[in-house]
Structures are given as structure tokens and as C-alpha cells.
Write a new protein. Structure first.
Length: 487
């Protein structure tokens, strides 16, 4: 039960794809790493530790052999595991680092380390085993020194263990006080915020629960609390919303009636016509025509100069801005980056790099496949193929702020619709711009995708080689400084 998986790296995948059966037989067997130690708790659950198997270095196995942990942050050279008095889990690595986790695998503490030669307490030469007693004391064996170091729990640790015990036994309301005490000592402790959020939720203090889950990155709890808050808001405001919609409907009828007699909307229409006289504005508004009649639109781009490089570049920049908004301004439940974390340069490289790669690869493939389109036509047409992303994605970004996990399917569904329509537009674009038949278009797109994959693989290999050379040079420099300091 509980066997580790034998993962394949990128190099192994490439070799197995390129090698013949005889060459594959000469490769080393891909054997999964072996657990180096195990422990068992009072309920019969088995805990194993495996070196170099992150994120599955620590496993909590039920009687069916299924791992009950998700992603667990562990040290690389973990050597032993044990279970504490409140189902908390301790691990120790051979370089002396000790980690404590909750019964769910959430990280609590990380302490210890390798001894620097001065025999300091709490540091180890070769930590090999760990144990804990019912009082919360932790014992670590150093096999190199042949001694055991005893760690006594601090008042802070005792408070956390008290809160965990109450929380894990389902006494959420009673755990509120110790969680608040923990946060008074450490206002950055995320697990305490999640525990406090559970306490507030059971007490029907949903706004406070939502705030606590937000601070502790507890997404599921945040979703549950927001669901309750949204229900209360909808019950209170639904009559007013219905009344406002009826008022707008009546106002629309009144405005149309007066407009027929007094032409109230004439100034607005005149202003719209004056704006549409600008060539750049007409080219950007042409985005709305492309999804409705793509074949005619791409004909206009190629032969009637319905767009320009400047307008297309503006559209690409707009796509980048929407990508940034989606990444950093989406609702908390749908955002995959931490608050305050930005990497705009890398985002620009991803967006504009993918666009440039797609345009260049498609143009190269079409150039050797008797395509009639110029690179200017491909560059401009590809920008207008992104119209579904420009029109739909901002709406999805806005509604992420009003959705919970119960309606989360709306976002991937919207993304699928965007991807589907972009794919259709790209297909029509290649067919019309290059004057291809149906079969030639499919062949061109497959070759374009293959060319993009090959270029990406080459770039990844080059990056890996450069990174290895850099690491090798850095290690040599560190070794020289280390030797110089010794002598």
C-alpha cells in the first residue's frame, strides 16, 4: 500500500519519444523512490517520509493506501516522521531541520538546522530520528554525535496546540479565544486566521469570517462566508433592484417617445459620427465586425486596408492589459497570485512572446506552403482574431468578484467559449488570408502548432543548459571563497 510514483522528467520524456525500442531497453529503469521511515498514529493511519519526492515527501495514508495530504512543503532530506498529542505531525531532515504540521498537512513551525561546528544547542550534525510525547516535548536523535536533544514547547506553541485540539474536535466557537491569543503574539500566522474564520462562521459572524479567511488565504472558507453575505444582500436589495430595472425600462420608453418628437439624441449621434471620422477609431471599431462576418472581415483586412499595423499593435497592447487585469484584479477566489505580487515584465514577455511566436511560425509555414498572405496581413489579422478575448474576458473578470465556488464553473466555461471562437477565427483567417482550401488550412495550422512546440522545446533546453552553466560557475566561485576563508 502507499507506493510512491515513478515520475518522468522532461529529458526522459524526450528520450522515450525519440529512441527506438532497442535504445529504450538500454535506459536505466525508472524506479520510484523508497520511503526512508514511517510512523503510525492511534487511529491506524500510516505516515511515511521519502527523500526527494516533493511534494509527496510526507504522506498520510488511510487503510486503503490513499494519500490524505495534498501539497506539503518539506525539507529535501527528510529522514523521519512522528505524530504529536493533538495529531500534529513532526518531521526531521538529515541536515537538522524540524517541521511541524497540522493533521491536514498545513505548516506550523520550521526550526533547527545544521550545526556549524560550534556544538550549539538545537543544531545537529546528522539528525536521524524524531519523537514526541503527550506533553508536547520533541526528541531528536543525532546519530553522528550519539545524543538526543529535547525541545520544550513555548507558551506560543502551547496556545496553538490548544486551539488546534479544540478546532479538530469540532469545537470551533471555543477555539476562537486561543486563536485570537495566537494572533496577538503573531499577526502574520495564516493558520490562526483560518481557524478564527471557522469560529466566526459557526457564530454566524459572516463578515468577520470572510475577512479572517482572506487574511489566512482560506479560499473555501472565504467562499462559504461570501455565499452567506451575498444571500443576505440579495434578500435585502432584490426589491430595490427590480424597481430600478422597471424604472429604467419606463425611462427608456419615455426617452424614445420624446426623441421622435424633439430629436433629443441628435447631438449624441452627431458626436458619434464625428468620432467615427477618425481612421484609427474606425479600425478599432472594426473589431466588432470580425466575429459577425469573419470571412468578409479578413478579406477587407487583406485587400481593402480595413486596419493598420498601428491599430493592430494597439489591440495587442489591449490584450496585454486585459491579461494583467485578469491576473491581478480578479476576485480573491479566482486569483492565482498573492496580493502585492507583480511581475509585469514577465507577463509582457509571455503575452507578446506568444503573439510573436504564433505570427512568425504561421508566416514561415505559409511562406513554404504557397500561401498568398504577407506577414503584415498575418500580423493584423491575428490581432482581430483575439476579439472574443477582448469582449468577453473583461466581463468574466468583473463577475469573479461576485461568484463563489458554487458557481465557479462559469469562469472555465467562459474561457472555453473564448478559446473556441478564437480558434474558429484563426481557422477562417488562415483560409482567407492565404487562399487555402479546407485541407490546406488544417495542414498549415498543425504545422504551425508543431513549429511553435519545437521552438519552445529548443528554448527550454537552451535555458536549462545556460542555467546549469551558471550554477556550475556559481558553485566554483563559492568553493573558492570557502577555501580562501579556511586558509
Amino acid at each position: 500500500m502507499g507506493a510512491n510514483n515513478a515520475g518522468l522528467g522532461l529529458r526522459d520524456v524526450i528520450l522515450r519519444f525519440l529512441f527506438s525500442e532497442e535504445q529504450k531497453a538500454q535506459l536505466k529503469m525508472n524506479v520510484p523512490p523508497t520511503p526512508v521511515n514511517l510512523s503510525i498514529d492511534g487511529r491506524g493511519l500510516l505516515y511515511t517520509v521519502t527523500q526527494g519526492a516533493a511534494p509527496d515527501s510526507v504522506k498520510k495514508l488511510n487503510i486503503a493506501g490513499k494519500n490524505m495530504f495534498g501539497w506539503v512543503e518539506t525539507a529535501e532530506l527528510v529522514t523521519d516522521v512522528c505524530v504529536g498529542p493533538v495529531d500534529n505531525i513532526y518531521t526531521v531532515s538529515s541536515d537538522g531541520y524540524i517541521a511541524e504540521y497540522t493533521s491536514d498537512g498545513d505548516s506550523l513551525f520550521f526550526f533547527g538546522g545544521r550545526d556549524d561546528g560550534y556544538n550549539r544547542n538545537g543544531l545537529f550534525s546528522a539528525a536521524s530520528s524524531i519523537a514526541a510525547d503527550d506533553s508536547g516535548y520533541v526528541y531528536v536523535l543525532d546519530s553522528d554525535r550519539g545524543n538526543v536533544t529535547v525541545f520544550e514547547p513555548t507558551e506560543y506553541a502551547v496556545t496553538i496546540h490548544e486551539a488546534l485540539e479544540l478546532h479538530q474536535s469540532g469545537r470551533y466557537a471555543e477555539s476562537r479565544e486561543p486563536w485570537e491569543k495566537v494572533l496577538q503574539q503573531d499577526a502574520m500566522f495564516e493558520r490562526a486566521y483560518r481557524g478564527l474564520g471557522d469560529s466566526y462562521y459557526k457564530l454566524e459572524m459572516y463578515a468577520e469570517a470572510q475577512s479572517a479567511f482572506y487574511s489566512g488565504f482560506g479560499r473555501q472558507g472565504y467562499s462559504d462566508a461570501f455565499w452567506e453575505i451575498r444571500n443576505q444582500w440579495m434578500i435585502a436589495w432584490t426589491p430595490y433592484i427590480i424597481g430600478a430595472l422597471l424604472a429604467l425600462w419606463v425611462l427608456n420608453i419615455v426617452i424614445k417617445s420624446f426623441n421622435k418628437q424633439y430629436s433629443l439624441l441628435s447631438p449624441i449621434r452627431a458626436a458619434t459620427r464625428s468620432v467615427s471620422k477618425f481612421r484609427m477609431m474606425r479600425q478599432i471599431v472594426f473589431l466588432t465586425y470580425v466575429p459577425r462576418n469573419p470571412a468578409d472581415a479578413f478579406y477587407g483586412i487583406k485587400f481593402e486596408k480595413k486596419t493598420s499595423i498601428i491599430a493592430s499593435t494597439f489591440i495587442y497592447v489591449l490584450v496585454y492589459l486585459i491579461y494583467i487585469a485578469n491576473k491581478y484584479l480578479s476576485g480573491f477566489l479566482f486569483k492565482n497570485v498573492s496580493e502585492g505580487f507583480y511581475e509585469l515584465g514577465f507577463d509582457a514577455l509571455v503575452v507578446f512572446g506568444c503573439i510573436a511566436l504564433a505570427v512568425l511560425c504561421n508566416n514561415l509555414v505559409c511562406a513554404i506552403s504557397d500561401g498568398e498572405g504577407r506577414i503584415r496581413d498575418v500580423y493584423c489579422s491575428f490581432a482581430y482574431c483575439l476579439a472574443p478575448y477582448i469582449f468577453i474576458k473583461p466581463v468574466l473578470i468583473i463577475i469573479t468578484r461576485f461568484l463563489t465556488y458554487n458557481e465557479s464553473f462559469i469562469i472555465p466555461l467562459g474561457d472555453f467559449i473564448i478559446a473556441f471562437f478564437i480558434a474558429v477565427l484563426i481557422f477562417v483567417m488562415v483560409k482567407e488570408i492565404q487562399a487555402y482550401s479546407l485541407g490546406q488550412t488544417v495542414r498549415c495550422l498543425l504545422l504551425t502548432a508543431f513549429t511553435m512546440c519545437m521552438i519552445l522545446i529548443v528554448l527550454v533546453i537552451i535555458f536549462a543548459l545556460v542555467n546549469q552553466v551558471f550554477d556550475f560557475g556559481t558553485s566554483i566561485i563559492r568553493e573558492v571563497f570557502y577555501r580562501a576563508n579556511q586558509y
